[in-house]
Design a binder for this molecule. Structure first.
Ligand code: NAP
Length: 526
């Protein structure tokens, strides 16, 4: 498939006229062909209008057709073949094996949502029979189901050019909910974005859905994304990126004449609590697992373990020694973009010079452009509690070990933490009582709590929660990974005393869709 540098507005490939850019290959340190035409507000408006026109037909289409769309996208992405991996590798410097895994995850995610659509429980069908004889007031016939919220704007993330980008979890869950999608491509991987965008465009045509179900925009500067979030046709936003970017978009969404929800996944330092019995029993193996997790993907994961907490003592000393040895063997690697590499470099310089912070260990250095050296810092819990900057995410392979005097201080740090995507407990049986005391705090702080694992690696499944209180996300009630992600793009509609002929299939008496429904308070498939 040829990369042309065109945007995809519905079924059309349109070359943006508001300037040009080329992708930057971070490992080569140079721009690569072809040039991409950048869109403007008129292009954004065209994409949004097409999405609005497509919405009613798309959501009314049979669930089977919607499921087929998701499967067709998966097939079309696989059909691109090695070209997709090659281009994503050039644009992101991520290893090809990692990108192949990410493609598998992307395709698996689309298929999961296809099966979810067929299953139909997302419809949330509820039927409350009329009670005409009820005293003092009779009850009407009430039926409810959920429908898509409307067109959704998706901002592709830089750190997962496939799984969190054009056909990533936000797009898959929005399409599953019956919402047309307008993607603002991340300019770190425009060629990858076009390839995947064309796969979606073709899939929409394959299954005979309206062209406005999907569009892809390229924009230079913030104006394009701002115009997209501000457009009246857009009813919700999915975003993964920086805290600053997510907050800027949430602000625009809140200022609109019709405010809309923004589901922004932003920043998290993913604390790991190494409790005393666990560290005494296996300091070295925890250290190795931690270093592998910290440096995976050059630390460019939102679930990267950026904070380790433990109580001072010989176990912690062994852990620190083992981490230092393991980290010393990790090489500097190329980051996703020059901007991300610069942000990492600036953040680690700031951390090195922060009062009370000591550099414990470092991986090897490199002079290569865009490279990041793995680093581990140490501070006391007292410093952490006193200096807010130590709570900030450093996006890359850097982490901070906090020494706590005792359990009470560990608990104070836990209470002081901002919202997180994950919190990890390293525990043995003798730690369970302490872990039980920490759990209620961690439930308030994090979207996912792990025991004896490492937070990188997010399964796409029914129970997964990739969310959490601010600043991990802008809305802690939901997730951006896994089946529950569909909830973000649905809303309930209740039908009171509607004639049978006018009721949607999901709530008709004879249950033509064969759905599980809550009928007079009982969950039944009839
Ligand atoms: P970003 O700067 O937040 O950008 C993400 C997307 O949002 C881009 O398409 C960007 O488009 C758009 N955007 C950002 N600010 C905007 C604004 N004010 N108005 C309109 N659109 C806006 O994230 P990034 O480029 O991926 O990486 C930068 C930093 O984000 C990293 O150094 C890291 O700290 C953080 N990050 C965190 C995660 C995570 O999972 N926690 C993931 C990736 C990045 P334009 O810039 O083209 O307008």
């Amino acid at each position: 498939m040829q990369i042309t540098g065109a945007m995809l507005l519905g079924a059309q490939a349109v070359r943006g006229q508001a300037g040009e850019m080329r992708a930057f290959a971070p490992a080569l340190g140079k721009d690569i062909e072809p040039p991409f035409g950048l869109g403007d507000k008129a292009d954004v408006a065209r994409a949004c209008e097409l999405a609005a026109q497509a919405f009613d037909a798309f959501r009314a289409a049979p669930h089977e057709q919607r499921a087929q769309l998701l499967e067709a996208i998966a097939e079309r992405i696989l059909g691109i073949g090695d070209e997709l991996i090659e281009r994503a590798h050039l644009e992101s410097a991520l290893p090809k094996a990692r990108l192949e895994g990410e493609r598998g995850r992307t395709v698996g995610q689309l298929r999961l949502f296809a099966s979810l659509v067929r299953d139909g429980r997302w419809c949330g069908a509820v039927l409350d029979s009329a009670l005409p004889e009820r005293k003092l007031l009779p009850r009407s016939d009430l039926r409810a189901r959920r429908i898509g919220v409307g067109p959704v704007a998706v901002f592709g993330a830089s750190n997962f050019p496939l799984a969190f980008s054009v056909a990533g979890g936000d797009t898959a869950s929005a399409l599953a909910a019956g919402c047309p999608v307008v993607v603002k491509a991340h300019l770190a991987h425009p060629g990858t974005s076009e390839l995947v965008g064309r796969a979606i465009q073709q899939a929409v045509a394959d299954v005979g859905l309206p062209e406005g179900v999907f569009s892809l925009i390229f924009g230079g500067g913030n104006e394009t994304g701002e115009a997209l979030v501000a457009h009246p046709a857009i009813k919700a936003v999915g975003f993964t990126g920086s805290r600053r970017g997510g907050l800027a978009l949430a602000h625009i969404a809140a200022q609109r004449a019709e405010p809309i929800p923004v589901y922004a996944e932003m920043s998290s330092i993913n604390p790991m609590f190494v409790l005393p019995a666990a560290v005494a029993a296996r300091a070295e193996s925890i250290a190795q697992g931690f270093v592998d997790s910290l440096t995976l993907g050059v630390g460019q994961f939102c679930t990267n373990p950026g904070l380790v907490l433990a109580i001072d003592g010989p176990g912690l000393d062994r852990f620190v020694t083992a981490v230092s040895t393991a980290l010393g063997q990790k090489p500097a690697q190329t980051m996703l973009t020059a901007g991300i590499a610069k942000a990492y470099g600036d953040a680690v310089v700031a951390r090195k010079t922060t009062q009370g912070v000591e550099q414990l260990a470092a991986g090897t250095q490199s002079d290569a452009q865009c490279s990041a050296q793995p680093l581990l810092f140490k501070a006391s819990a007292t410093e952490f509690l006193a200096q807010h900057a130590l709570s900030d995410e450093i996006f890359g392979p850097a982490s901070l070990v906090l020494t706590c005097r005792d359990e009470a201080e560990l608990a104070r740090v836990a209470e002081h933490l901002e919202g997180q995507l994950t919190a990890t407990l390293q525990i043995d049986r003798d730690d369970y009582a302490m872990a039980a005391r920490l759990l209620p705090v961690l439930e308030r702080k994090a979207g996912r709590i792990l025991a004896n694992g490492f937070p990188t690696g997010v399964e796409v499944s029914y129970a997964m929660v990739h969310g959490g209180p601010f600043p991990a996300t802008s809305d802690a009630r939901t997730t951006s990974v896994g089946a529950m992600a569909i909830e973000r793009f649905l809303r309930p509609v209740c039908y009171q005393d509607l004639p049978a002929e006018l009721l949607p299939a999901a709530v008709q008496d004879d249950n033509p869709l064969g759905l599980w429904r809550l009928r007079d308070g009982e969950l039944v498939r009839k």
